[in-house]
Ligand binder design. Structure first.
Ligand SMILES: Nc1ncnc2c1ncn2[C@@H]1O[C@H](COP(=O)(O)OP(=O)(O)OP(=O)(O)O)[C@@H](O)[C@H]1O
Ligand SMILES: [Mg+2]
Length: 295
């Protein structure tokens, strides 16, 4: 064997060891649009990264205020370039605050369940060859119950459902949980109240939602607490910065940091299927139609 082959062989072996590690995959969803999913995904990711976790944030929504806009990034490439084989995953990933890795939004995301077998294999390999060991992958999904959202949530280990104090938010969250449980066998949801105005508002929302699910659905909801309504968050958005970086002592930043500690304490998905490549495999093999049907 030539020296260069030995080096390549060692690098390959190292990558395999690195990627044998289980990764917590967390999908952030809601049913209703505009409740704060993207801001929570970004800030939760940055807060975890600040705790020295290796974090990747995947933007699975092509909406307007997406992750790169919130963080003032200008990505040149996206997952569609990985799927076409033009770029490696490392070339597509952009760096955010605190060493956070971001996969920018792309039309490639909505194609993920409709790939040709060769493209599927290429994408799974791209993720399995990622040169660093992730602790957490956060996925910011779009609103509604499109095939895209459903697939990301079914393939993830945990689903955070963001709700706010509007009747439509509770009914849409209920509709989302119903579809995920009845049609996709997801029976565990983490409920997070956002933009709450009083300390009891979040728990009251959780109570309303869990009363309805207990009556009609076979699911387990956990209350993750509330993120207060905070004008500083809008200010941070205007400056294209994460609030946990720009205003770390503000009420919303403190609440998101507490949320990050809760997430960090979740057990690793150490069983089979916990590795990153298996998440991608579940995603590309999903048989749901990725049509963009909204609620
Ligand atoms: N805790 C908060 N305090 C104040 N404003 C907030 C808070 N959370 C979110 N917002 C504001 O609410 C708006 C919607 O937030 P965001 O874009 O994160 O929602 P989304 O659920 O991702 O929306 P979409 O469904 O369109 O993807 C933004 O203007 C954001 O600044
Ligand atoms: Mg969003």
């Amino acid at each position: 064997m030539q020296t260069s082959e030995v080096v390549l062989d060692q690098a390959d072996g190292l990558r395999r060891i690195v990627n044998a590690k289980p990764v917590k995959v967390i999908a952030v969803s809601s049913g209703k649009g505009g409740v704060g999913k993207t801001n929570i995904s970004v800030n939760l990711s940055v807060a975890l990264a600040k705790m020295n976790r290796e974090v990747m944030l995947m933007d699975a929504d092509l909406g307007l205020a997406n992750v790169d806009v919130l963080l003032g990034l200008n990505p040149s490439y996206d997952l569609s370039h990985v799927i076409s084989g033009e770029r490696t995953l490392e070339e597509v990933v952009v760096e955010g605050p605190a060493n956070l890795k971001i996969i920018p939004a792309s039309s490639g995301v909505s194609r993920m369940a409709n790939l040709q077998p060769m493209e599927q294999a290429g994408l799974i390999q791209a993720f399995s060859e990622l040169g660093y060991a992730l602790d957490v992958l956060v996925v910011d999904t779009g609103a509604g119950i499109s095939g895209n959202v459903v697939n990301f949530c079914s393939a993830a280990q945990e689903v955070i459902v963001v709700v706010c104090d509007e009747p439509a938010s509770i009914t849409d969250a209920y509709a989302f949980i119903k579809v995920m449980s009845r049609e996709h066998d997801v029976d565990r949801f983490q409920i997070l109240a956002n933009m709450s105005h009083t300390s009891s508002e979040g728990r009251e929302m959780f109570h309303k939602l869990s009363t309805a699910t207990e009556r009609f659905l076979d699911v387990m909801l956990t209350f993750m607490g509330s993120i207060p309504y905070d004008p500083r968050l809008r200010k941070a958005v205007q400056h294209q910065r994460a609030i946990v970086e720009a205003f770390p002592r503000s009420p919303a930043a403190l609440a998101i940091t507490r949320l990050a500690k809760q997430v960090d304490a979740w057990p690793d998905n150490a069983g089979s299927g916990g590795q990153l490549e298996f998440f991608i495999e579940r995603l590309v093999n999903a048989d749901t139609d990725m049509s963009e049907a909204k609620l």
